[in-house]
Design a protein around this ligand. Structure first.
Ligand SMILES: C[S@@+](CC[C@H](N)C(=O)[O-])C[C@H]1O[C@@H](n2cnc3c(N)ncnc32)[C@H](O)[C@@H]1O
Length: 400
């Protein structure tokens, strides 16, 4: 079955000026990689140069490319030939790469993947908050480059089970996944054999649960699975450790934590700071139920109020801490309502954990434009998702 994505046009005519470039061939050198994973190069066009995004490229590759998509200010291209490979290019460890759309950077060695993530973050900060001083600290590497994910989402159609193909809604039928924990990857053939064939795409989450037992279930239309948890246990522990270390230095008595999930950061903080009181906000009731059970078992009832609410309604009716606010929003970042409340509250310290650098930079711009007393005290990437262009960023701002 051919199930090509309807929204993606690969042969767009563009504006009349750049339209002439469609299907043209060029030789380029890749400068760097971009958010989304593509390589970035430039080709001369009239009196300017125009940016071209190239799928499956590596920085410093010398490539023969063909333009497949044109817009006024950028182009997209496919590789026709690798004339001189990047020194960071390698044979992808995964047998399904590059057909499988699950990972964007299996063809690049891990240290260069991290280097490119650092460039992406630095350039976004320079663009969104020009003139603001920051020092990007050395990235915290994932202890595992492969077999690190404690949950994956696969699609079922017919008898196939796997990820979508790159640029398509066709499914790549897989028997293993090198980024899933080994115990999950090894179960893929069993899950495939047990599921009934389907006529429509169905989504399944395969995971190791809290007891480290394998389970899988249909997740319907949920994008994020039934409830959020950090996917890379070992690097998550390092992130939780840094949050606690910084909060211990700030030594607040009251903290507001927004987008708190099941208390990934919350409980470590309450354990390490005996005089701390917290209010945490999370809209997924499954997660707050878990947090509430845990706070009861640890007898933290007087120190933690775990609210089941969207942060927007919460900030409309309650005050936030003037000492420290912790934010860990989903990929799209914080809503304007939440940012406005933080700006009005003016906490002396702010910790922002982000899984999308563009939205982090955008939110930071809004915060820093409204409050120029904030200084960037700690900025660091946690390479939570090796082999992909995604990463987690820890940001700590303080006015003191
Ligand atoms: C990136 S996760 C972080 C969760 C937690 N801090 C952790 O480390 O596991 C973002 C969380 O925000 C929740 N969320 C998303 N939008 C929200 C909103 N508008 N208000 C409250 N929670 C929201 C999601 O359910 C998810 O649990």
């Amino acid at each position: 079955m051919n199930n090509k994505r309807p929204l993606k046009q690969n042969n767009k005519q563009g504006d009349s000026e750049t339209g002439s470039l469609l299907h043209s061939e060029h030789v380029v050198t890749v400068e760097k990689l971009a958010v989304g994973g593509d390589g970035v190069a430039r080709i001369p066009f009239k009196d300017r140069s125009i940016v071209v995004f190239i799928k499956l490229a590596a920085q410093e590759d010398e490539l023969k490319i063909k333009i497949t998509f044109v817009e006024k200010n950028f182009l997209r291209a496919d590789i026709l030939e690798i004339l001189k490979p990047s020194p960071a290019r390698r044979q992808a460890p995964c047998p399904y790469f590059p057909t499988c759309g699950g990972c964007a950077w299996q063809h690049i060695d891990e240290s260069e993947q991290v280097h490119q993530k650092e460039i992406i973050l630095q350039e976004l900060f320079q663009k969104f908050i020009p003139g603001v001083d920051f020092n990007l600290l050395p990235t915290i590497y994932s202890p595992k480059n492969l077999h690190y994910r404690n949950r994956i989402q696969l699609k079922r159609l017919g008898t196939k089970l796997g990820y979508f193909q790159r640029e398509s809604h066709d499914i790549v039928d897989i028997d293993l996944c090198l980024i899933a924990e080994k115990e999950i990857s090894d179960q893929i053939p069993m899950v495939k054999a047990k599921l009934r064939p389907t006529t429509e795409v169905q989504k399944f989450e395969l995971k190791l649960n809290q007891k480290n037992e394998f389970e899988y279930y249909n997740i319907g239309d949920q994008g994020e699975g039934l409830s959020f948890s950090q996917v890379n246990n070992e690097i998550n522990q390092k992130l939780v450790g840094l949050v606690s270390q910084i909060v211990t230095k700030i030594n607040p008595t009251f903290v507001s934590e927004l987008y708190a999930g099941a208390g990934n950061f919350t409980f470590d903080l309450l354990q390490k700071l005996p005089n701390l009181r917290m209010e945490s906000v999370e809209m997924n009731s499954e997660l707050t139920k878990f947090a509430t059970q845990k706070l009861t078992s640890l007898s933290y009832q007087k120190r933690l109020f775990a609210f089941t609410s969207d942060c927007e309604s919460f900030v409309a009716r309650r005050s936030l801490s003037k000492q420290l606010v912790i934010l860990d929003p989903p990929r799209a970042g914080c809503s304007d309502i939440v940012l406005k409340k933080i700006i009005e509250t003016g906490p002396t310290d702010l910790i922002y954990i982000s899984c999308h650098p563009v939205f982090l930079a955008r939110d930071l711009q809004k915060i820093m434009m409204a409050n120029q007393n904030f200084k960037i005290r700690h900025l660091q990437i946690f390479d939570m998702f090796p082999q992909t262009d995604h990463f987690e960023t820890f940001l700590y701002l303080s006015t003191t």
